[in-house]
Design a protein around this ligand. Structure first.
Ligand SMILES: [Zn+2]
Length: 170
């Protein structure tokens, strides 16, 4: 559940209703997020097929979250004010409308949706900028991986299950 003194703004994309639910102090960001929602839902509709829900809403939260739910994303007020979020985390959460919320994960077979969405949002958007930006993104991921994942916590991708994250690897 989400609640607050929201300022609601609306846009149409074909038959799809798109909304922002923002607190008054961030209501000025509504147009920017509606424009971005139209852009990225349009881009992913071309790439994946029809948007799987009747509406999409970008909803502000007082916690610093970035969650994708069926038909809406819940993002923190401090998060949405960061100028790069509208073209990074926001399209990531929109892509989850298809992968993770439209087509849901069976965690017994691994959490493939996070990797797929990271590839189709975070990486694809860098690739659209330039081959050099895509290479830099891959290098950043490899650098982060080598810094953050110790040898005793490393495992093959096919073993990427919720238990792999939550429990120590034997
Ligand atoms: Zn994600």
């Amino acid at each position: 559940m989400s609640a607050g003194p929201y300022v609601i703004q609306e846009r149409q994309l074909g038959h799809l209703d798109i909304y922002t639910y923002l607190y008054p102090q961030n209501a000025g960001l509504g147009k920017k997020y509606l424009d971005a929602a139209v852009k990225y839902i349009g881009m992913y509709t071309e790439l994946f097929g029809p948007y799987p829900f009747d509406k999409f809403a970008a909803v502000e939260n007082f916690f610093p979250t970035g969650y994708g739910y069926p038909s809406y994303t819940l993002m923190g007020g401090t998060v949405i004010r960061l100028p790069f979020i509208v073209d990074t985390s926001f399209p990531h959460e929109i892509a989850h409308c298809w992968w993770g919320n439209g087509v849901q994960v069976d965690y017994r077979e691994g959490n493939w949706s996070e990797g797929l969405v990271t590839y189709l949002a975070d990486y694809l958007l860098e690739e659209k900028k330039s081959p050099a930006a895509a290479r830099d993104y891959r290098l950043r991921l490899l650098s982060d991986y080598s810094s953050l994942v110790k040898a005793d916590r490393d495992f093959p991708l096919q073993k990427f299950m919720v238990e792999s994250i939550l429990l120590p690897v034997p």
